[in-house]
Design a protein around this ligand. Structure first.
Ligand code: NAD
Length: 516
C-alpha cells in the first residue's frame, strides 16, 4: 500500500538511492567515497560511501563523551521520549528500511521487514524501561541506617555490529544505552553501511522532533563511524568508552575482548553460534519439520542462531530424514525480493568459499551430502546462491564443530538421550538450542543444570528467531554477553551501593569498635 515497496528505478542501486533519500540520508553520503557497497542479490555495486579515519573517529568519541556528561542529567523517562519518537520514525519507515536491509544483506522481504519490527519492539521495551531502572533497598545490620542500590549512566557505549543483522543489533544496544543515559558511537559492518546510514538518519529525525518538543539533546549523543575493523579498534582502545558491545565472529571477540579488558573496560560479546536441536522419539514430527526448516535454511543459514547440528533418535531417524530431504529439495532458492523464494544468496565470495571448504571437509570425514550445489539465480557469477545442504554425519568431527555461516545442517543419529546431550554440548560455542519432544522428563532435563549449556534453550521451537523480551546471548565462545530484554540493561549502567545513617551514633559493620 505504501510507496515504499514500489520500484522506482529498475536497478537496485537506483532503488537504494531513492530509499536512502527518503530516510533522510544526504546524497553525498552514499554517492562518493572509497568503500563500494555491493548487493549480494546481484553482485552489483549499490553505492559508494565515505569512511572515517582514526583521528575523526577519536574526535567523535570525545564529542560523545561530552554529550554523555549532559545526557546523564536528563531524567530517564524524558530520555525514553526520544526512543518513543525513534520507534515512531521506524514505524513510518518500516517498508523502506526493511527493503533496504533485504537488498543490502540479501534477506527475503518478510525477514527484512521483521528486522525493522524487532527495532520497533525494542524501542517500545526501552520506553517502558525508562521508568523502571530500579535499584534494590537492602536490609542493613545497623540501626537507623538504610542501604540501597542506585543505577547510574555509564558513559559512551561503543557498538560494533555484524552484517547479518545490520540494524536490529544496533537498535538493541542504542535503545537501551540511550534510555540508560549513555551516548553511543556505532561502527557498523563494512558490508552493510547503507542500512546503518538510514537507521542513523531516522534517529536524527527523532532527535529533531524531540528538540521541537523542547527536549535538549547534546551534540554528539549518537554517531556512526563507517570503516573497517581498524576503526572498530579505535573504539575498542579508547579510554573514554567504558562499554563495548560487539557482535560478530568469535575471531573478532577473541581480538576485542582482551583489549577492552586490558584497560578495564567492560564488554558485551555476542559472537558465533553452532546451534543444535535434539529430535526425540516422542517429537511431533510435523511441527518439528517446520521448526527445523526455518531454523536451518532461513536467512540462508546466516543467523547467529541458525540451526547447524541435528541429533535425531534412531526410532524416527529414517522417516524424519526422508521428510526433511523432501523439504530441502522443494525449497526455492533465488532472488529474495521475489515472493516465493525462501532462500536468498550468501553474502559474498568469502562466504561461498567457506561453504565449499566445509562441504569438502565433511565429505572427507565420511559425511553424506544432500544438496549444497551452487544455484544460478540469473545474476551471473558475482552472486552466490546455494541449495541448502543436509549432511548425514557418522560422528561429530571437523567442520561440525565449527560455525560455517551458510545453510549446512549436519545430522547425527542417536539412541541414548544422555549421549545426545553430551554431543549437543560438545562444541566450543553455546548460543541457542532446542529439543523437540513430548516427554516431560526429556524436556525438563534439557532445560536443567545438566541439560543444554547454551544461553538460549527452547522446547518445541527451533533455535532461531528470538523475541526481544528475553535476554539474548550465549556462553563459551559465544562470548557470554546478554542484550535486549530482561535485565540486560544493567550492563549499560554502573551500580552504586549507598548506605545512609540517619541516627546520632556511628555503629560500624561487623561489630568493629574504633573509639578515638
Ligand atoms: P565479523 O566478525 O567479520 O565482523 C563483525 C564486526 O566486527 C564488523 O563491524 C567488523 O568490522 C568488526 N571487527 C572485526 N574484527 C575486529 C577487530 N579486531 N576490532 C574491532 N572490530 C572488528 O562478523 P560478520 O561476518 O559481520 O558476522 C557474522 C558473525 O557474527 C557470525 O559469526 C555470527 O554468528 C555472528 N553474529 C553473532 C550474533 C550474536 O548475537 N551472538 C548476532 C549476529 C551475528
Amino acid at each position: 500500500t505504501s510507496h515504499a515497496t514500489q520500484i522506482i528505478d529498475p536497478s537496485l542501486a537506483g532503488e537504494v538511492a531513492t530509499i536512502l533519500a527518503r530516510c533522510g540520508v544526504e546524497v553525498a553520503a552514499f554517492s562518493e567515497g572509497e568503500l563500494a557497497v555491493r548487493s549480494p542479490i546481484s553482485g552489483e555495486t549499490l553505492a559508494r560511501v565515505k569512511t572515517v579515519d582514526a583521528t575523526t573517529a577519536s574526535e567523535a568519541i570525545e564529542s560523545a563523551h561530552s554529550a554523555f556528561l549532559e545526557w546523564r542529567l536528563v531524567p530517564a523517562p524524558k530520555r525514553g521520549e526520544l526512543i518513543r519518537l525513534l520507534g515512531e520514525e521506524l514505524r513510518a519507515a518500516k517498508g523502506d528500511l526493511g527493503r533496504l536491509v533485504s537488498i543490502e544483506v540479501g534477506k527475503i522481504t518478510s525477514e527484512g521487514l521483521g528486522e525493522v519490527q524487532e527495532m520497533i519492539d525494542i524501542c517500545d521495551f526501552a520506553v517502558g524501561l525508562s521508568r523502571q531502572l530500579y535499584g534494590l533497598t537492602i536490609a542493613t545490620e545497623r540501626a537507623e541506617h538504610r542501604m540501597m542500590e542506585t543505577w547510574h549512566p555509564l558513559g559512551v557505549t561503543g557498538i560494533i555490529s555484524a552484517f547479518n543483522f545490520p540494524v536490529a543489533v544496533w537498535s538493541w544496544n542504542a535503545a537501551l544505552a540511550l534510555v540508560c543515559g549513555n551516548s553511543i558511537v556505532w561502527k557498523p559492518s563494512e558490508k552493510t553501511p547503507l542500512s546503518a546510514l538510514a537507521a542513523q538518519a531516522l534517529l536524527n529525525r527523532a532527535v529533531k522532533r524531540f528538540q521541537r518538543e523542547g527536549g535538549s539533546v547534546p551534540e554528539g549523543l549518537a554517531c556512526i563511524l563507517i570503516g573497517t575493523r581498524d576503526i572498530g579498534a579505535v573504539l575498542v582502545d579508547h579510554p573514554k568508552v567504558p562499554l563495548i558491545s560487539a557482535t560478530g565472529s568469535t575471531a573478532m571477540g577473541r581480538a576485542v575482548g582482551p583489549r577492552v579488558a586490558s584497560r578495564f573496560g567492560r564488554s558485551i560479546l555476542e559472537l558465533g553460534g553452532n546451534n543444535a536441536a535434539i529430535v526425540t522419539a516422542t517429537a511431533d514430527l510435523s511441527l518439528t519439520l517446520r521448526g527445523i526448516a526455518f531454523a536451518a535454511m532461513g536467512t540462508a543459514g546466516q543467523r547467529c542462531t541458525s540451526l547447524r547440528r541435528l541429533f535425531v533418535h534412531d526410532s524416527v531417524y529414517d522417516s524424519f530424514i526422508a521428510r526433511l530431504k523432501k523439504a530441502y529439495a522443494s525449497v526455492s532458492v533465488g532472488n529474495p525480493l521475489e515472493s516465493g523464494n525462501l532462500i536468498g544468496p550468501l553474502v559474498d565470495k568469502a562466504a561461498f568459499d567457506a561453504h565449499q571448504a566445509a562441504l569438502s571437509e565433511t565429505k572427507a570425514a565420511g559425511g553424506k551430502v544432500f544438496g549444497g550445489e551452487r544455484v544460478d539465480a540469473g545474476f551471473g557469477n558475482n552472486a552466490y546462491y546455494v541449495r541448502p545442504a543436509l549432511v548425514e554425519m557418522p560422528k561429530q568431527t571437523g567442520s561440525v564443530e565449527k560455525e560455517t555461516f551458510a545453510p549446512i545442517l549436519y545430522v547425527i543419529r542417536y539412541s541414548d538421550f544422555d549421549e545426545a546431550l553430551r554431543l549437543h554440548n560438545g562444541v566450543p560455542q553455546g548460543l541457542s538450542s532446542s529439543i523437540f519432544t513430548n516427554d516431560l522428563r526429556e524436556a525438563e532435563t534439557f532445560l536443567s543444570a545438566r541439560g543444554s549449556d547454551c544461553g538460549i534453550a527452547n522446547v518445541n521451537i527451533g533455535p532461531s528467531g528470538a523475541e526481544i523480551g528475553g535476554a539474548f546471548g550465549g556462553e563459551k565462545e559465544t562470548g557470554g554477553g546478554r542484550e535486549s530484554g530482561s535485565d540486560a540493561w544493567k550492563a549499560y549502567m554502573r551500580r552504586a551501593t549507598n548506605t545512609i545513617n540517619y541516627g546520632r551514633s556511628l555503629p560500624l559493620a561487623q561489630g568493629v569498635t574504633f573509639e578515638i
